[in-house]
Design a binder for this molecule. Structure first.
Ligand code: FAD
Length: 180
């Protein structure tokens, strides 16, 4: 008997990217599960912008991004740009200010942005499992199930799988922290 739980979308990684992806899919009516091996999601957001999260910039254009496919940024930004995120921040009543060069920061703490993302996930019916380690991912083509995941919390199956586990750490990279 198959005891795996079935989802339309599983997102591995509950950082800024994974949370946005999960809430968007959830609010489109998809059954979404977000998994993270950490004890809480959005940890990097908490330390971002020196604790106040530089959540967007008034001037964001495709030309500001380096990509092997420059058209991707054009397409992505035409569908969700800074004003869309600012609208979300205002919907949640989060006070913010412009620091310099169009950089927008919370007046308060970055946790307000994490709470915004979690509330939007809740509205989209996203299920979140923390302290969840993925042990195995296998391709599967049975009905709508295309991936089978084994985790320390049990088995899951999904039609779409998103891996949003952050970037690889480059030991040579001193990091551009100009947003702080
Ligand atoms: C000090 C600092 C300040 C910053 N300030 C800003 C700022 O103000 N504004 C800004 O735009 N950017 C800022 N950044 C950059 C920003 O934090 C990152 O670009 C952003 O968080 C990347 O989001 P992400 O979702 O791709 O990855 P991450 O935030 O790294 O999230 C990845 C998630 O995946 C989980 N994960 C990883 N591996 C696994 C696994 N095998 N199984 C399950 N889960 C896994 C992790 O626990 C984590 O929750 C800052 C970065 C730093 C370090």
């Amino acid at each position: 008997m198959n005891m795996s739980k079935q989802f339309d979308v599983i997102v591995i990684g509950g950082g800024a990217a994974g949370l946005m992806c999960a809430l968007t899919a959830g609010q489109r009516g998809r059954r979404v599960l977000l998994l993270d091996h950490a004890e809480r999601v959005g940890k990097k957001i908490l330390i971002s912008g020196g604790g106040r999260c530089n959540f967007t910039n008034l001037q964001v254009e495709a030309a500001h991004f380096i990509s092997a496919n420059p058209h991707f940024c054009k397409s992505a930004l035409s569908r969700f740009g800074p004003n869309d995120f600012i609208a979300l921040v205002e919907k949640h009543g989060i006070p913010y200010h412009e620091k310099k060069l169009g950089q927008l920061f919370c007046d308060g703490k970055s946790v307000e942005i994490v709470n915004l993302l979690l509330e939007e996930c809740r509205l989209g019916g996203v299920q979140i499992r923390t302290k969840c380690s993925v042990e195995k991912i296998e391709p599967r083509n049975i009905g709508e199930s295309r991936f089978a995941l084994q985790t320390n919390l049990g088995g899951y199956e999904t039609e779409s799988l998103v891996i949003a586990t952050g970037g690889a750490v480059d030991p040579e990279d001193r990091g551009d922290r100009s947003w702080i």
